[in-house]
Design a protein around this ligand. Structure first.
Ligand SMILES: O=C([O-])CC(=O)C(=O)O
Ligand SMILES: [Mg+2]
Length: 600
């Protein structure tokens, strides 16, 4: 007879690598399945080929998303095998940009799953916060494997990508982010925990939608919001003391508020402020190096002054201060902001939100630029960074003007808003309007562009935080720092800029190619760990020893950390972690290792 734990184990194996048509004859016999499955006994590879064919036969990306979500409920292993072997094709489905559509439709496409078998994650209402320990316990009991989650991605759905308040429908975001943790950082799926705080939505459309899955109420005021999130986070850290919490897609004020409240007392970071900041800084460093003018001559105009915008700009200021020895006031003066009311100045006559004050211009005299066109004329920027969620905010006129203004240096244009329907401009537009001279990065994935005259194929940089968060999470999961500091994130950004290979650099690219993302993430995680040890914040003794024994030669240290990690994964904790640096074959070896036919 099987106890509860036994039947849980059983369900893992049935969805494991020997499931369905891959089940060996003996297993079919034991389970009395003769005559109930086709005769062919296949290997996992064939199942994968069939699944990929079925995926590709779907006509829309949303259908592909639904297919993959369903597949994941049936076979976690097959799902991840597909994701890993076809990462380039599948990442834009399970993640940006299709995940945006998935969020908009989440209440319609919610898969029919049985949470007692395959938990999607936690949906926590305000009422649930009153019995939060029971919620944690329920989650623990629902897990397929009796292991603690290592990373939680948490949202309240109040600012999903650039799509606004989507309430509980935002759950597709933590799910997608954590799938990338598995695919890029090698985390065990069972160690990932998506959480949506279903505290209501201010969208009347959803409140009145009969199929809406969440709480039909307006959002609580700040006092209630912070009290409830404190309750949830407190319980989460009590239940899983080592867990890393990634805050995701909270509205701007709460994004800053939660980060301030928690960053110094627990292991957490905000992906939209710090993760995005890291990636943009990494790409920006590469762009500044390739632009053709001294770094201190950059004039940087930010369009959009929300959480992401000012967070990113602060990190860029640090870069100029630390790497180029420019005094902070001078570095700050290299930045201008435009928001919905025009250029952000100290004297434009409105009460500036707290996070904008640092960057408000004081040197504009009577000039107030109300439009982006005016600001471009006034600032004469060398770099234009869009985090505005205003679709096509970078008009052809603005892009052409950037080209005219930057005939000596190559213009830097980052169109970072997400998803594509919010992007400030496309790669193609930026290329066409700048005689193909642009140094470009975007938040969403744009297709490659073929220069008509030469036939040369150019690849746009995807300045998406997926280059950072899996690496930060992996680094944190391994060395368990007491907290995450700005300097640790700075180390990740620098490592990202340094990760470009010769070929990528010579093509004017700003980010490593997506095909290399697993190896790149391992290097970034190593940089994170090295810095955490340097700051005395790493708690996992093993890592402290490894890193300290290789300091101060940073490069050598990084290699050593990555190498030891692989060894550790395969040797000591193989069922708990999958190596980010390992090949797909090794990954599969790990997956197979979790299957134990004797338990059936
Ligand atoms: O999810 C993404 O692609 C990037 C991101 O964090 C956001 O736009 O909020
Ligand atoms: Mg986000």
């Amino acid at each position: 007879m099987l106890d509860a734990g036994g039947s849980r184990r059983n369900s893992i194996e049935l969805v494991g690598t020997k499931a369905g048509t891959a089940m060996p004859a003996e297993m079919r016999q034991v389970l009395n399945l003769q005559g109930l499955v086709p005769a062919g006994i296949e290997d996992f590879t064939k199942q994968e080929v069939r699944a990929f064919r079925q995926l590709m036969s779907k006509t829309s990306n949303l259908e592909k998303y639904e297919f993959l979500a369903g597949l994941r409920c049936i076979s976690v292993n097959l799902f991840y095998r597909l994701v890993l072997n076809h990462f380039k094709e599948i990442a834009p489905i399970i993640y940006t940009p299709t995940v945006g559509q998935a969020c908009l439709n989440y209440s319609y496409i919610y898969p029919f799953i049985y949470p007692s078998k395959t938990s999607v994650g936690m949906f926590i209402t305000l009422e649930d916060t009153e019995c939060i320990e029971a919620v944690m316990e329920n989650y623990r009991n629902s897990m397929a494997q009796p292991i603690d989650p290592e990373v939680a991605v948490i949202t309240d759905g109040s600012r999903i990508l650039g799509l606004g308040d989507l309430g509980v429908n935002g759950m597709a975001i933590p799910i997608g982010k954590l799938q990338l943790y598995v695919a890029i950082a090698g985390l065990n799926p069972g160690r990932t925990l998506p959480i949506t705080l279903d505290f209501g939505t201010n969208s009347l459309r959803y409140q009145n939608d009969p199929l809406y899955l969440g709480t039909r109420a307006s959002r609580p005021d700040d006092e209630k919001f912070y009290a409830a999130t404190d309750t949830v986070l407190g319980a989460l850290y009590r239940e899983f003391p080592d867990i890393l919490v990634q805050f995701e897609d909270f509205s701007t004020d709460h994004a800053f508020g939660l980060l301030e409240r928690w960053r110094n007392k627990a292991l957490c970071f905000n992906d939209d402020i710090q993760g995005t900041g890291c990636v943009i800084l990494g790409g920006f460093i590469s762009a500044v190096e390739q632009a053709g003018i001294p770094a201190r001559d950059q004039r940087i105009l930010f369009v959009g002054a929300g959480a992401a915008g000012t967070g990113v700009a602060k990190q860029l200021v640090d870069y100029f201060v630390i790497d180029h020895k420019i005094p902070e006031e001078e570095a700050k003066a290299m930045f201008w902001f435009v928001d919905s009311r025009g250029m952000v100045t100290a004297n434009r006559g409105d009460q500036l939100a707290k996070h904008k004050v640092y960057f408000a211009r004081h040197d504009n005299g009577d000039t107030q630029c109300r439009s982006l066109d005016d600001a471009v004329e006034y600032v004469k920027p060398t770099a234009l960074i869009g985090l505005s969620t205003v679709y096509k905010a970078f008009s052809e006129g603005i892009l052409t003007r950037m080209n005219d203004l930057n005939q000596v240096a190559r213009p830097i244009i980052f169109s970072l808003s997400n998803p594509e329907t919010k992007a400030e401009c496309s790669f193609e537009e930026a290329m066409r309007c700048t005689d193909n001279r642009v140094l470009f990065a975007s938040g969403t994935a744009f297709p490659a562009y073929t220069i008509p005259e030469t036939g040369e194929v150019k690849i746009p940089g995807q300045g998406n935080n997926m280059y950072a968060f899996p690496a930060i999470g992996l680094g944190a999961a391994l060395c368990k720092p007491k907290r995450i500091t700005d300097t640790m994130l700075f180390a990740v950004a620098k490592a990202l800029a340094n990760s470009l290979n010769e070929q990528e650099r010579s093509c004017g690219e700003l980010y490593p190619r997506i095909e290399r993302i697993r190896n790149v993430a391992a290097g970034l995680a190593a940089a994170f760990i090295t810095q955490a040890v340097r700051e005395g914040l790493a708690q996992e003794q093993y890592w402290v020893q490894v890193v300290e024994s290789t300091m101060p030669e940073k490069e050598a240290g990084q290699t050593a950390v990555t190498g030891r990690y692989t060894k550790r994964v395969l040797g000591e904790v193989k069922t708990l972690m999958w190596s980010p640096a390992s090949s797909v074959e090794q990954y599969i070896v790990e997956a197979v290792a979790t299957v134990n036919p004797d338990d059936i």
